[in-house]
Design a protein around this ligand. Structure first.
Ligand SMILES: [Fe+2]
Length: 218
């Protein structure tokens, strides 16, 4: 767009307007092609009853405690985007999840797996000017959800931007349980919910993962 405008200097006003009209339309189609809105998922029974006590984006260090959460460290980040692929800044990004044993710190939780007092399990952040969000957390374990049903490891998301709110769940690429998870299987776009997973650099905690997942608001 900027380059075209620079090159339009000698054109008649009519041609100039035509060119600008076309320029506005073409990038719109080009950017939108292939962009799939992130599918909606159930909020689930474990949406936290209380707000996170701190907003530092680090779920592995609980307020007032010196210990660190148990489990495999996950550096989780991505961008909040609109349907044209443009970043959405200032979106509220809220996450909640089971701990490394598959248990939520929630009064309605029925899984007898251990609680981890050093794990916060709930975080809130705001997307930056480039739409990016960042959390440090641990990988949630799979957990039993009903007789014969095991949920694949997942992190719940609620993303709010202006009047838009998306509630969904993010899954980790490469998990065998992704093939049988009933909620993931029922998603409108399964692919839109599966995050990229790579090993973290060697200076990170042993076994740490980098998990990357963009949220495309509808
Ligand atoms: Fe869940």
């Amino acid at each position: 767009m900027v380059d075209h405008e620079k090159g339009d200097g000698g054109k008649a006003a009519g041609e100039d307007r035509k060119m600008k009209k076309r320029d506005l339309r073409e990038p719109h189609h080009a950017v939108s092609a292939g962009i799939v809105p992130t599918s909606v998922q159930d909020i689930g029974p474990y949406y936290p009853k209380t707000a996170p006590t701190d907003r530092d984006g680090d779920l592995t260090m609980a307020d007032g405690r010196s210990g660190a959460a148990q489990g495999q460290i996950v550096y989780l980040s991505g961008r909040v985007l609109d349907l044209e692929g443009k970043p959405v800044p200032n979106a509220n990004v809220e996450v909640w999840q089971a701990n490394a044993f598959g248990r939520y710190a929630h009064p309605d939780e029925t899984n007898p797996a251990p609680l981890d007092p050093n794990f916060e399990g709930h975080g809130k952040g705001v997307s930056a000017i480039d739409g990016s969000y960042h959390f440090k957390t641990v990988k949630p374990a799979a957990y039993p959800a009903a007789v014969g049903v095991t949920r694949a490891p997942h992190i719940h998301f609620m993303v709010t931007a202006g009047t838009q709110r998306l509630i969904t769940q993010m899954y980790f690429a490469g998990e065998a349980l992704n093939e049988t998870d009933p909620l993931l299987g029922a998603a409108e776009s399964r692919e839109s919910l599966i995050a990229k997973v790579t090993p973290a650099s060697s200076d990170a905690e042993p076994g740490a993962l980098v998990v990357t997942w963009d949220v495309v608001l509808p």
